[in-house]
Every structure is written in C-alpha cells, then in structure tokens.
Design a protein around this ligand. Structure first.
Ligand code: C2E
Ligand code: MG
Ligand code: MG
Length: 250
C-alpha cells in the first residue's frame, strides 16, 4: 500500500515552525518538513506508523527524496510570495548509505532551484555513528553542496561526543524527552543546560524540540538556547494552513 501511496500521490508534507529565541526573538526562522500519509480509508497516518516499514522495504529512498523535493519546491514557492524561510528535512540512515545519495540530493537542489543554504538535513546520532569514516566523507560531500546538517533527537542515541568535533554539523536538536522534563532545578533542565553549552562551545547552534509550555520556553531562553519548536507555538501544518498561521503571527 505504501508503494502505491507514493506512486498515487497519497503522501503529504506538513511543516512545523522553528522560532528564534535570541536576536530577533520570536521570528519564524525555518520549518521542519514532516511526512504524513493521507490514507484513503484510515485518514491521516503519522510517520511513526510507516517510516520503519519504508526503511525495511527500501521505500524510504524514493519517499525521502520526494519529501526533500517537495520541501525545496515549497521554499522556492514561499520565496516568490515574499516569505523567507529555510526548511529542515529528515534523512534516514538507509538514505545516507545509498552510494548515490550525494548526487541524488544535488539533483533535487538543481531541479528545484532552491538556495542550498536554506536547506538543512536532519540525521539522528545513530545514523552518524553507523560507520564513522564512510559517513564522514558523505557528510563532507553534502556540506560541499551548501546544505546544513543538523543532529536530530540529540542526547538519546548511543554516540560518542568526538563525532561532533569531527563531523561538519551546524546544529543539534535537543530531544523532546529532555525538553518535556524541564522545570526549575530538574534533572532534565540540567541536561538541557549542558547540551546548550556543549553545542555553543563547539560553535554549533542549539534547537529545542517539543516545547509545550511557557515555563519550558522561559527556561530555554534563560539557558541561551537559539531556537525552539513545539506545540506551544504551532503543530505541524499543511502548507495552506501554515500560510494562514504565518499571516496571523507576523
Ligand atoms: P522528529 O524528526 O524528531 O520530528 C519531531 C516530531 O515531534 C514530529 O513528530 C512532531 O510533530 C513532534 N512534535 C513537535 N512538537 C511537539 C511537541 O510540542 N510535543 C510533542 N509531543 N511532539 C511534538 P512526527 O511528525 O509524528 O514525526 C515523528 C518522526 O518521524 C520524526 O521525528 C522523524 O524521525 C520521522 N519522520 C517524519 N518525517 C520524516 C521523513 O520525511 N523522513 C524520515 N526519514 N523520517 C521522518
Ligand atoms: Mg527531525
Ligand atoms: Mg527530533
């Protein structure tokens, strides 16, 4: 069914705003592209229910490429409407190990005409750790295309901190399990504080995922976290709905 969904255009990309917390605080800096499946009988199916199957069957390769292309086209379309946004796209470990991953990403950037500096590829720690040498050369080649690289779900995977130094990453996204536990003096607040200073000391930007309460936001601002994303601001929305949200939140 997923194979057919891809061919018959049943997949959708929703976009969730990522807001700046310092400088021009509150401004929408970028959006994260998140795939959904508009299933003919089951309704809107979340990625948690089909991304693993897509990875196991290899369908994640064409699916991920479709999401990337869709997201790049959307950035170009927004630009034409005077809306300046960057986009983050999730990339699976299966995609990264494809021998032609770099040329495929380059082809999408070419076809859509997007400014590569407006595109970030999100990868989890476990993807980066898979085969450090092989991954390093792929990441360097992707960076040479001009895109940004972000470490997703940071703090949850099995990883070595040395790769942050060796790999050409631009930002880390603190996993929402830590953000969700933020309260004054809590363990999770201490972890987030450490991750914010770790990333800044390494010259990386820090994004907090899953911000749901004003208290979490307040603590993140105090800690100097650069960006935040979460239901407190906005859930992932279809492109038209996001347009209305942006109009209402200048
Ligand atoms: P992720 O990349 O870490 O994306 C963030 C997830 O957190 C999204 O779930 C988003 O809807 C959710 N989220 C955002 N703010 C909040 C909040 O305040 N509270 C809570 N509880 N959740 C929040 P979603 O869209 O269901 O995606 C789940 C995961 O599926 C993503 O996690 C990513 O790993 C994967 N995924 C989504 N789209 C793609 C894709 O195009 N390609 C690949 N390979 N994976 C994807
Ligand atoms: Mg992500
Ligand atoms: Mg994440």
């Amino acid at each position: 069914q997923l194979r057919r969904a891809l061919m018959e255009g049943q997949l959708r990309v929703h976009y969730q705003p990522i807001l700046g917390l310092s400088g021009t605080a509150g401004e929408v800096d970028s959006v994260e592209a998140l795939v959904r499946w508009q299933h003919p009988t089951r309704g809107l199916v979340p990625p948690s229910e089909f991304v693993t199957i897509a990875e196991e069957t290899g369908l994640i390769v064409p699916l991920g490429e479709w999401v990337l292309e869709e997201a790049c086209r959307q950035v170009v379309a927004w630009e034409a409407q005077g809306i300046r946004l960057s986009v983050s796209v999730n990339v699976s470990g299966v995609q990264i190990t494809q021998p032609d991953v770099v040329s495929r990403v380059a082809a999408v950037l070419d076809r859509t005409g997007v400014d590569p500096a407006r595109v970030a590829l999100e990868m989890t720690e476990s993807v980066l750790m898979r085969d450090a040498e092989e991954t390093l050369s792929v990441l360097r080649a992707l960076k040479d295309l001009g895109v940004r690289l972000h470490v997703d779900d940071f703090g949850t995977g099995y990883s070595s901190l040395s790769y942050l130094k060796r790999f050409p990453v631009d930002a880390v996204k603190v996993d929402r399990s830590f953000v969700g536990g933020m309260a004054p003096g809590s363990f999770d607040t201490a972890v987030v504080a450490a991750l914010v200073s770790l990333s800044h000391n390494l010259g990386l930007q820090c994004v907090a995922e899953g911000v749901e309460t004003a208290e979490q936001l307040e603590l993140l601002v105090q800690l100097g976290c650069d960006y935040a994303q979460g239901y407190l601001f906005c859930e992932p929305l279809a492109e038209e709905a996001l347009g209305s949200w942006l109009d209402a939140h200048p």
